[in-house]
Structures are given as structure tokens and as C-alpha cells.
Design a protein around this ligand. Structure first.
Ligand SMILES: *Cc1c(COP(=O)(O)O)cnc(C)c1O
Length: 408
């Protein structure tokens, strides 16, 4: 059995740390088909719904901790806020990146303590900052002067970190432009943070979600190290680097394993910070929960628009852009879709959702292949849908209910 060094600061208690070192039981990287199919067959629930295999979440958490032991893991709750997912991660010793009071209440309700919460949203109402502070949260992100002033007023003395603007090249779901500021501005703001009675604590960035290039952290860490040096000149020693999320899940394109990302980030940290490494935190969302989920869905209609034999079939599902598959926007995320129980030749299809909105087309440019024998009522499994599905489903556009989640 391998043993790994464990970052002391990141352990909530000895039992979580023991669990990590002694994790010799084989955890699945993908949901156990047997377990999922048994759940589906036993419960006969109305589709569509999401099933999350908590052992896969655990396996992904351990894989990250093992390959990137110096980093404290703050789970980005927005990826999948199912209470069972959060509870499992609390039991493993994880910390949490939250964006709102509701997410704070959720993680506290699941057993997380305020020292393990980072309020990572750079756009916060001042009443929400105050509420977080009352909950005991003392770690906050910002990327602008006005936000810093809100923090100084409503979360006095807290640790603050500045989000840097970075390019999101190579990311299938970029998070650029809207967030972060340039290094020169970040420097001035962190100096100002000290003057306002806050603790200038560190810097963060996010290289974009579903980042396919392991080298993208290098550029961002070069900028971060530049910021650290600039602030040393002002007598400020930053302590923390938050390397964000961006680690991938497994969709149709193949991606490098988490270990290649961890070692590339580690190499970049050493290159830019030398032996004097800062406290490192990482905020995975997609990579912890994406692969853990499978959506059970059904074919509602199969049709053609003309008698032209060359036309692709239109296949309409009971799930669409408004009921959980929002990341099909611009066909950015291409889920693996499997039809059940049909064999034989396949042909191209255009896939669409059930709602009365023409935006609700899932894939048209990228031609999915489904069996020619596909029938209305056939079941489909949409794989690696544990992240950014249930949270993106609307409250009931056209009366289609939000996507329910079942954790097993
Ligand atoms: C959404 C988000 C994450 C998670 O990103 P993934 O690419 O899903 O890992 C991390 N940090 C912040 C600040 C976020 O907004």
C-alpha cells in the first residue's frame, strides 16, 4: 500500500487523515454499473433524474489528495450541492468554497466548521458578507476596490485574497473576463486591504472549467509569484495561493488523469516559488462529482423534417437545456450518451430537449450516433453528469420539474 505525506493544515481531525493514509479499499473511478442499474430497476422512478455514486466522489477526492498532498481541498459546492455529497466530503476532511449564504448554511448543516469555508465569490451583497461573518467565516475573495470596502466594513479583520484575471485558453467552459483583476491592480488592492484592517492573505485564479491543458497553471502561477514579490517590496508577505478548479471530468474527449494535472501544478509552483512554497488551496468542483453521476432519461419523440433520406433524425429527450443540460450551450460539454437495449447499425441524430424553446437543442453540429432501431420510450444513460446539471435546471420551464438527485 502506498503512503503519502499529508498536509497537516488540511486535516480536520486525525480520523480523516488516517482514512486517507489507510485508504486501501479499491474505490471505483466511475459509478458501479451494477449498483446504478440496480437502483434504477428497483425504484422505477420517473425520468429524468440524476443518480450520484458517492464512492466515486470519495475516490476522486482521495486521488486528488494523494497526487497533490500539499493542497487543501475546498470543494466548489455549486458543482453539486446534494447534502449527501457535502456530508461525504465533510467526513473525508474536505473544506468548502461557497458563493452565497444558502451554500454556507448547507455546508454548516452538513457538519463543516467555519474555518473550513472560503467565501470565494467576488460579487457579494454586503448583507451576505455580514451573515457569513456571523457564521464565523473569515476567508473571503475579492477582485475590486468596492468589494474590499464592503469586506472591511462587514467582515473586519478577515483574511482576504485577490482573484487574478487569467486567460482560460484550453478550457471547454471558460470563466474568463468576468472575474479577476490584473496583477498591478491586485497589488494596490492588497496594500489597501492592510490599510483597511483586513489581512492580505493571498491570491487566487481559475484557469477555466474542464481545462484540457495541464500547462495552463504555469502562466497563472508566474503572475501570482510576481504579485507575491511586488508585495514583499511593500512589507506584505502573502501566505496563500488558491489554484482554483479546472480539473476535468470524462466526457467524449479523452483527458489526462488527475495526477498529470497535480504534477504539472506542483512543478509550476516549485518553478515560480522555489522551496519557499506558500499554503496552497485548490477548489475542484467538476473533477470531484462529474464522473460520479449518471442521468436516466427517455426518448420522447423521433422525427424527420422532410422525406429526404439524407436528413438526420431528430431525437427529442425528456431532458434538455432547461432541465439540467445547460452545459450543452454552444455544444461546450459533450456528454457520453448511451442507448439501452438496441443493437445494430447506428446513424447520426440531432438531439433536443422537450421544451417549447428552439434554444433547447442539445447537439446539432456535433453529430451523435444512435441506433437506427431506436424507438420512442427507449431509455438513455447520460454519463458523467454529476456536475453542473441539477444546479442548472430551471424551477420548471414549461412545467418540466427540476432535475431530482439521488445519492447512492
Ligand atoms: C466554479 C468554481 C470552481 C470549480 O471549478 P471546476 O472547474 O468545476 O473545478 C472553483 N472556484 C471557483 C471560484 C468557482 O467559481
Amino acid at each position: 500500500m502506498d503512503t503519502y505525506p499529508v498536509a497537516a493544515h488540511s486535516e480536520r481531525n486525525a480520523s480523516a487523515s488516517r482514512k486517507l493514509r489507510n485508504n486501501s479499499k479499491q474505490l471505483p473511478k466511475f459509478p458501479s454499473r451494477e449498483k446504478i442499474e440496480k437502483f434504477i430497476a428497483t425504484n422505477k422512478l420517473q425520468t429524468p433524474y440524476l443518480v450520484v455514486d458517492l464512492d466515486v466522489v470519495e475516490s476522486n477526492y482521495f486521488a486528488l489528495r494523494r497526487t497533490f498532498p500539499i493542497a487543501e481541498v475546498f470543494y466548489a459546492v455549486k458543482a453539486n450541492p446534494a447534502p449527501d455529497v457535502v456530508r461525504r466530503l465533510v467526513s473525508l476532511g474536505a473544506s468548502f468554497d461557497v458563493a452565497s449564504p444558502a451554500e454556507i448554511k448547507l455546508v454548516v448543516g452538513a457538519g463543516a466548521t467555519p474555518e473550513h469555508i472560503s467565501f470565494g465569490n467576488t460579487i457579494k451583497k454586503e448583507v451576505d458578507i455580514k451573515l457569513a461573518y456571523e457564521y464565523g467565516v473569515r476567508l473571503f475573495a475579492f477582485d475590486s476596490e468596492a468589494e474590499l470596502e464592503k469586506l472591511a466594513r462587514s467582515a473586519p479583520g478577515s483574511k482576504v485574497f485577490c482573484r487574478l484575471l487569467v486567460s482560460c485558453e484550453g478550457a471547454d467552459w471558460p470563466l474568463s473576463r468576468k472575474f479577476g483583476c490584473e496583477v498591478g491592480m491586485a497589488k494596490d488592492l492588497l496594500v489597501k486591504a492592510r490599510a483597511l484592517g483586513l489581512e492580505p492573505y493571498g491570491a487566487s485564479f481559475h484557469v477555466g472549467s474542464q481545462q484540457t491543458r495541464v500547462d495552463q497553471w504555469d502562466t497563472a502561477l508566474a503572475q501570482t509569484a510576481e504579485l507575491f514579490r511586488a508585495l514583499q517590496g511593500q512589507g506584505i508577505e502573502l501566505k496563500m495561493v488558491n489554484v482554483g478548479g479546472g480539473l476535468p471530468a470524462h466526457y467524449t474527449d479523452s483527458v489526462s488523469p488527475v495526477g498529470s494535472y497535480s504534477s504539472a501544478i506542483m512543478k509550476a509552483l516549485t518553478k515560480h516559488f522555489g522551496q519557499n512554497l506558500p499554503h496552497v488551496i485548490t477548489e475542484p468542483g467538476r473533477s470531484l462529482v462529474g464522473d460520479a453521476g449518471i442521468i436516466d432519461a427517455e426518448v420522447v419523440l423521433i422525427s424527420k423534417k422532410s422525406y429526404d433520406a439524407e436528413d438526420a433524425r431528430w431525437v427529442y429527450l425528456d431532458i434538455g437545456k432547461f432541465s439540467g443540460l445547460a452545459e450543452t450551450h454552444d455544444e461546450a460539454i459533450k456528454y457520453r450518451i448511451e442507448s439501452l437495449g438496441r443493437k445494430g447499425a447506428t446513424g447520426p441524430v440531432i438531439l433536443a430537449g422537450p421544451s417549447c424553446d428552439s434554444v433547447d437543442i442539445l447537439y446539432e453540429k456535433f453529430k451523435y450516433q444512435l441506433p437506427l432501431s431506436l424507438q420512442i420510450g427507449d431509455k438513455l444513460r447520460i454519463h458523467a453528469t454529476g456536475a453542473y446539471t441539477s444546479t442548472y435546471s430551471s424551477v420548471g420551464f414549461n412545467g418540466f420539474a427540476p432535475l431530482p438527485t439521488y445519492c447512492i
